[in-house]
Ligand binder design. Structure first.
Ligand SMILES: *[C@@H]1O[C@H](CO)[C@@H](O)[C@H](O)[C@H]1NC(C)=O
Ligand SMILES: *[C@@H]1O[C@H](CO)[C@@H](O)[C@H](O)[C@H]1NC(C)=O
Ligand SMILES: *[C@@H]1O[C@H](CO)[C@@H](O)[C@H](O)[C@H]1NC(C)=O
Length: 395
């Protein structure tokens, strides 16, 4: 277990090393910190067990989700099978002119071999840990937790939900005059700017122990304070419950109906049954139906991700990319040095993201959904508090 000092995250951010995948380190750690603020008090000890965190020294920091939030990116080339689990791409999806999620031809890759399946799968492994061996360290559960923290973050990055131009990685643009690509602008540069431009009043502690107790002296602490104070406890206060909600599975949905056992099995633990479902219902069916099968009444990554994907057509993918004079700057092969690159650090682009609190809301949603899933998995029933099959948060 490598407990990364908060200062390391800070230096990565300041030097602006462009990350090529996922939210950059800061983004993932912000999501994890927001999640930690919302954990039920009976949940953290179990997380500490899974992370093999032992400390008898009360002065040492408690175990925290932020230092494990980027593990999945670090091992991505060692565990190659996991690379496809960071994103999902609908075949034929082409923002801004055509936003398909999924399209008629379903998803790229294997059914379930995407970020929605990754969330479903790791949650299932952790559920097994709870029913089987809770209380002891288990390497499978350890990895599943580290993946889950990361994948829920990735799912809230809109460019992880489109297959066009490798999620924007091959769309060259500039940001504040520096050449970069659309994906990195969202991963790192917009996040770094948001962290840099937080009002100075948030450098000071908030009168809320639960928030302050879970900050780690990282460069983004003041950003987390702003998101919590003005967002989660402010303008989005009435929305938070809705963020956690999943649609009831009522009535047949044409094209997506599956017997209950198959839904459970596909979302559950048996790859053998998933293959059987595929044989029985046909390949095309499963390709299209897979995302719906990812969802149930409690955990519904497909449902949650739909409005995030829609942001690609609303504001993430700049229209200008497909119009002259920028329209040839998109792909590596076609890059012509004389074609100008679109600047994104403008009032019309970055300004709209900032004014709309777009990044702030995505990260708050990711953190709160992560906390909801972890609370649902690990929370002990407490007398006098509602229990049952629901995601709960703690504030
Ligand atoms: C768990 O932590 C203990 C104490 O730090 C260490 O000795 C042990 O090797 C760790 N186990 C694993 C599997 O990492
Ligand atoms: C998770 O995925 C792995 C690899 O595909 C599979 O072997 C395992 O059974 C899955 N577990 C659950 C709980 O979904
Ligand atoms: C860890 O958990 C996995 C999945 O639940 C299980 O197959 C495995 O046997 C467990 N390992 C140990 C050492 O308990």
């Amino acid at each position: 277990m490598h407990w990364r000092a908060p200062l390391l995250a800070a230096s990565v951010l300041v030097s602006g090393i462009p990350a090529v995948y996922g939210w950059g380190a800061a983004g993932h750690e912000i999501v994890a910190t927001i999640a930690q603020i919302h954990l039920h008090s009976t949940v953290l000890p179990k997380i500490c067990t899974i992370l093999n965190f032992t400390s008898n020294n009360p002065d040492e920091p408690q175990c925290h989700l932020a230092p494990i939030a980027t593990w999945a990116d670090r091992i991505r080339y060692k565990m190659r099978w996991s690379a496809g689990l960071h994103y999902i791409g609908a075949v034929g999806d082409h923002p801004q002119d055509k936003c398909l999620y999924p399209g008629e031809r379903g998803w790229a890759g294997h059914p379930g071999g995407n970020v929605l399946g990754g969330i479903r799968n790791t949650t299932g492994i952790l559920k097994d840990w709870v029913t089987q061996g809770e209380g002891t360290y288990n390497e499978t559960a350890n990895e599943a937790l580290k993946f889950l923290v990361h994948f829920l973050g990735d799912m809230h990055m809109p460019l992880h939900l489109t297959g066009r131009d490798r999620g924007g990685n091959s769309v060259k643009v500039t940001f504040d005059g520096r050449q970069t690509n659309l994906h990195s602008a969202w991963d790192s540069l917009l996040v770094a700017k948001a962290v840099r431009t937080v009002p100075a009043k948030y450098n000071h502690p908030l009168p809320n122990r639960q928030i302050e107790h879970n900050l780690r002296g990282a460069i983004y602490d003041s950003f987390v304070r702003k998101v919590m104070w003005e967002g989660v406890l402010g303008k989005w206060h009435g929305d938070v419950e809705q963020w956690l909600a999943c649609p009831a599975r009522s009535g047949p949905v044409i094209g997506y109906m599956l017997p209950h056992w198959a839904q459970v099995a596909f979302g559950g633990r048996s790859g053998r049954v998933a293959r059987l479902v595929q044989q029985v219902f046909g390949h095309a069916y499963v390709d299209i139906g897979a995302p719906e099968m990812m969802d149930d009444e409690i955990l519904c990554p497909y449902h949650w991700s739909q409005p995030i994907h829609a942001l690609n057509c609303k504001l993430v993918w700049p229209k200008e990319i497909d119009e002259p004079p920028y329209s040839h700057a998109g792909s590596d092969e076609e890059l012509n040095p004389r074609v100008p690159l679109l600047e994104l650090d403008t009032p019309k682009y970055a300004g709209v993201v900032e004014k709309g609190w777009v990044l702030e809301e995505l990260m708050a949603q990711a953190g709160i959904r992560l906390a909801g899933v972890l609370n649902w998995l690990f929370m002990d029933p407490v007398e006098g508090e509602p229990s049952g099959p629901a995601l709960t948060i703690n504030l």
